[in-house]
Design a protein around this ligand. Sequence first.
Ligand SMILES: [Zn+2]
Length: 437
Amino acid sequence: MKWIRFLVMATAISLMAATPARAINLLRDADIEYALRQLSAPILRAAGLSPSRIRVLVVDDSSLNAFVADTQHILIHSGLILKLNTAEELQAVIAHEAAHIANGHLSRRVANMRNARTAAGLGLVLSGIAAAAGGAEAGIGVAAGTSSSALRNFLAHTRAEESAADQSSIRYLTSAGINPEGAVKVQEIFRGQEVLSENRQDPYMRTHPLSRDRLRALQGYVAAYGKDQKSDGTANYWYARTQGKLSAFLRNPNWTLRRADSSATQDIGFMRQAVAYHKQSNLKKAVASIDKALQLRPNDPFLLDLKGQILLEGRQANAAIAVYRQAAAKAPKEALILGGLGRALLAAGQPREALKALESARARDGQDARILRDLAVAYAQTKQPGLASVATAERYALQGRLKDAAIHAKRAEALVPRGSPPWQRAQDILAAAQAAR
Ligand SMILES: [Zn+2]
């Protein structure tokens, strides 16, 4: 499917089995991730967590789920985002996951597992690179499971954890000034599913077991805490933009074009049209639509990022470079925008310039498989095969393909100076591959 390439797909988290690999595919998009940061920051602060350390990422999966697999990432399925109706509902989902992190539900389990060395028995290894690179900051790179049921058990919370998370989440929402009723609405989506067999339930039901008691308790908290908070215009905007962009990439272009006019704001409508025309490979109309959106928000780096992508994938590499440069100037810390700039420069045959952009992208986000792949190309084209092998090894490791990663790390080890940072990264990967065996 074409859009997968468009939306910059990266397999950053590998919750994979030893055999066969089962990876979680992330939909990486600077615009959507920025929107999710706007929606989550007040909640994370209310939870005593740092918005700069915890990322909310979208998993490319049409089923309904949201979960935490470590203490730094909240993962939400695209299907759930599309299913929800308001910013408050999405914020309730985020608050609930933040509560699992703040209450230490997952880390406790991970610690127990590691201590008891049951990790190997369950096929769960807190990854590879994360562990080898010194744990916490390495972040993603999570777990390996021998079967999807082991993975499910690992992600599933107990009822006691659920009720604690519900209670905390309502507190976070209200102290952030967000109407907590969204939490009840989210639970109502899953109402009645507890009587279904496991394979007919939404996966959310398995990770967050719902019961009638839980729903009743949640309604009680909402009644107790929930004063009539005003709806937040900014949150509503970013929510509509997330849902609009995601649906435009995921759904049929005709579906999008029929609905673009009824978007929450005009710029969102034009942005959705641009994506739809882009998916129809209609470069002219796609550019015309994104330009209309840009007229309304001329300083929006993420609309420029989308324009760059449209041009690049429409084989207008030089025009794309100019637009990506504007985007990067307005948002110099956005790794995915820098990655786009690097990709455009590679396409235009400027590997040296590309390398600069891609290295600075990688420094800000070392967990994007697409950036690592482009970086390997840029190193190869600038005759630095050792560094190309390190980047390739890192990409495979991130995707949970530790055997392939080890092959490239071994190659790199022989090519880069002993003791240098890239050599060290190759060592980390070799150690992780060894540990995962
Ligand atoms: Zn839960």
